[in-house]
Design a protein. Structure first.
Length: 259
């Protein structure tokens, strides 16, 4: 019989609110929160957060799917690269073993670097996309199938190792690859792709004993209402305030993990 831990649920509520308001920050905040504040092993934090993300983003995918804001071709391309990459990464982690200290250190370093890259992507997303589109203007008409699959593979490794990367980094890269696609479809496609990726990676970590089920249920008890509330009250004005604040938070947390 599993019990709900109120403190974990409160953390899930806060992160859920932020995700609902800004559209990013789930894995970017939850995993370091579990490591730094609640002192979970990085591998346990990553594994639990992956299953947590697969469940919460399934709800988001249902909403976007009902609104026809998911490009399933992009989802298939991303998944064709990310799912095999996730399986290979999980196999490598299994062969290395757990809980080897060097594996924990590697996860922490990758998590710290990924958080800082995510902060940069959030803060300078418009400039990054504009710069890339200018440089890639001559090849804009080429169908970016191979690039999307390669992007999926990179995200598969990052997400499997750190549970971070499918949000702001994935959205920014998709905006570069598909400049004519509406933002709503970019976000919806990114969320939909995160479901199979985090599910596969999360199940892999579950089989390796890296998931805390009490923690998972406690987080979901708070985060699902938080996401609903955040989505209802979110607007453009607070988004302009919350995104720089989120980027600053991720930079601080990422720098802390790299010490």
């Amino acid at each position: 019989m599993f019990s709900i831990e109120p403190l974990y649920s409160f953390a899930g509520l806060l992160v859920g609110l932020l995700v609902g308001l800004t559209g990013v920050g789930g894995g970017s905040l939850m995993t370091p929160l579990l490591v730094l504040l609640f002192n979970f092993h990085p591998s346990t934090a990553v594994g639990t957060d992956l299953l947590y993300a697969s469940i919460t983003k399934s709800v988001g995918t249902a909403v976007h799917g009902a609104r026809a804001t998911v490009d399933w071709q992009i989802v298939r391309r991303l998944a064709s690269g990310s799912v095999p990459a996730a399986l290979l990464t999980l196999s490598a982690l299994y062969l290395v073993g757990k809980p080897a200290p060097d594996v924990e250190i590697t996860i922490k370093i990758l998590l710290g670097v990924t958080l800082i890259l995510t902060a940069i992507a959030i803060l300078f997303q418009a400039r990054i996309v504009a710069f890339a589109q200018q440089k890639l203007g001559g090849v804009r008409d080429i169908r970016p199938r191979a690039s999307t699959i390669a992007l999926g593979a990179v995200l598969g490794v990052l997400v499997s190792m750190t549970s971070v990367g499918a949000g702001a980094i994935g959205v920014t890269a998709l905006l570069i690859l598909y400049p004519k696609l509406p933002m709503g479809r970019i976000v919806g496609s990114d969320i939909a792709h995160a479901v199979p990726l985090t599910l596969v990676a999360g199940l892999g970590h579950l089989l390796q004993g890296n998931v805390n089920l009490v923690l998972l249920l406690s987080l979901l008890a708070g985060s699902i209402p938080g996401i609903i509330i955040g989505s209802l009250v979110g607007s453009r004005a607070p988004d302009r305030i919350l995104r720089p604040a989120l980027a600053l938070t991720l930079t601080v947390v990422g720098s802390t993990l790299l010490r």
